[in-house]
Design a protein around this ligand. Structure first.
Ligand code: PLP
Length: 463
């Protein structure tokens, strides 16, 4: 235990801010003096705290060098991009923490074309008058889903919030208890409803809700029935829920909208590629939903966006609501979404052009070859590698229980723990994100591009 006096000696050895400011090493960073000064002051303060709290064993002579190192490290981190490309070896295709859907080359090109200049976002080239930013995307969505109208906002959480706020504020919304879901920790349906100003009327039980439960709950204050695709879980066994086809006549008779939050929401039937079924937006409308909402960056494979499609009368009302302005997307989102939607005009060739579908449909044999390339080229003695069958997932709540066959490289540590190996891979440049199970590290090949194999091999060999 150090005495107070010893602290004092160390603290007195801290060089003055002015002296540090002129240190030649710091002048190499593209950071102006006022910001450099702020950083130096913050690092001195942090250093003081460490000394006072005795987290630092240090002699007065090494104080200056230690501070210089701290400041240099801070500057280095500051001037290099912290948001960086990673290699996704989790096998989760639309991984929310890893940025969800990789964009199609067409979408990236659309962003590149528009990002550095001006565009006709809200400008009609024919008349020279003001245009609507969503008009092109709306036309595509109408064609692809058969919807009367469409609207795009920041994400699906915003879409649900907006729809409820515009159509059901201060009134009641009926939801089955089996569909009061939480998605990703920050989207809990009861809370979204509360925030929208609508009052939640829960009906049925967790495992069973009948048409009669909905019928009995409808009253003079009912604004809508909301159905939610429970995306990330399923109650199995003794269950019952009410389909959109059954709810639609009930809503029509009472003149209230049937709102359906699809969550992931596919624009095409994934079963044509032998993939597990995911609710299709056009089908939801055909079945009688009045308003359907879904994400742009889950199965759809586009940029982050929330898509609202449905009856024109409702969409017009939503469009006029002030929240719509607050939740609107920027030109880059529209550029990427428009280009992504255009790929759906030829659904049969989606696996060639849309990364999400390409990843979902890559034959297991190709994945095995990738794994083989890794295993065959490893020279490290830190791990033992072998090829194992695994299961990939869509992620973001989509296709939750339906897994997609995949192949993984299993790394059994010979030295270090599995957690240490996983951490070392995460600290690689670029970071490689796998998962740990039973003291082994797994790298799933379904989300790894063939062009990333060399980087993976190099990282493992360096262990
Ligand atoms: C993912 C999801 C949301 C939230 O969508 P974001 O695009 O992430 O905002 C809402 N509802 C359901 C059912 C979902 O699966």
């Amino acid at each position: 235990m150090k005495s107070r006096a010893e602290h004092e000696v160390v603290l007195r050895a801290i060089p003055p801010v002015k002296e540090l400011l002129d240190h030649p090493l710091f002048q190499l960073f593209p950071v102006s003096r006022p910001f450099l000064k702020r950083i130096i002051q913050q690092e001195i303060e942090r250093f003081r705290q460490q000394v006072v709290q005795q987290q630092l064993a240090i002699t007065p002579e090494s104080v200056a060098r230690r501070l210089q190192e701290q400041i240099t490290n801070r500057l280095r981190r500051l001037v290099s991009a912290q948001l960086t490309r990673v290699i996704n070896a989790t096998g989760i295709i639309a991984h929310t923490n890893l940025g969800r859907a990789p964009l199609a080359p067409a979408a990236i090109e659309a962003i590149r074309q528009l990002a550095g200049g001006y565009c006709n976002l809200e400008f009609q080239l024919a008349s020279g008058g003001r245009g609507r930013r969503e008009s092109n995307v709306e036309t595509l969505l109408q064609l692809l889903t058969g919807a009367e109208a469409a609207l795009v906002v920041n994400n699906n959480a915003a879409a649900v919030l907006l729809v409820l706020h515009a159509l059901a504020r201060r009134r009641e919304v009926i939801v089955s208890r089996g569909e009061l879901v939480e998605i990703g920790g920050s989207f809990r349906l009861p809370e979204v409803l509360q925030t929208s100003g609508a009052r939640l009327v829960e009906i049925g039980t967790t495992n069973k809700t009948r048409l009669d439960d909905y019928r009995k709950a409808i009253g003079p204050r009912t604004a809508a029935i909301l159905k939610v695709h429970p995306s990330n879980y399923r109650v199995v066994g003794f269950t019952q829920s009410v389909a959109i086809q059954e709810l639609s006549p009930l809503c029509r008779n009472h003149g209230i909208p049937l709102i359906y939050d699809l969550g992931s929401g596919a624009l095409v039937d994934l079963q044509q590629w032998q993939l597990p079924a995911e609710p299709v937006a056009s089908r939801a409308l055909q079945d009688g939903a009045d308003i359907v909402t879904f994400s742009g960056d889950k199965v759809l494979g586009g940029p982050q966006a929330g898509i609202i499609i449905g009856k024109k009368a409702y969409l017009d009302k939503i469009r006029r609501h002030p929240l719509t302005r607050a939740l609107r997307c920027d030109k880059l989102t529209y550029a990427a979404l428009e280009a992504t939607l255009r790929l759906y005009l030829q659904p049969e060739s989606l696996p060639q052009h849309l990364p999400v579908l390409h990843l979902l449909t890559t034959p297991v044999e190709h994945l095995r070859q990738r794994a083989q390339t890794i295993v065959d080229t490893l020279t490290t003695r830190a791990v033992q590698a072998r090829i194992v069958p695994s299961t990939a997932q869509m992620g973001s709540g989509a296709l939750p229980l339906e897994t997609i066959p995949s192949i993984a490289v299993e790394l059994t540590p010979r030295k270090f723990s599995a957690a240490t190996i996983a951490r070392k891979l995460r600290q690689n440049s670029p970071p490689i994100i796998g998962y740990v199970q039973d003291e082994k590290v797994f790298l799933d090949m379904r989300t790894v591009d063939a062009s990333e194999l060399a980087e993976i091999i190099k990282a493992i060999n360096r262990l």
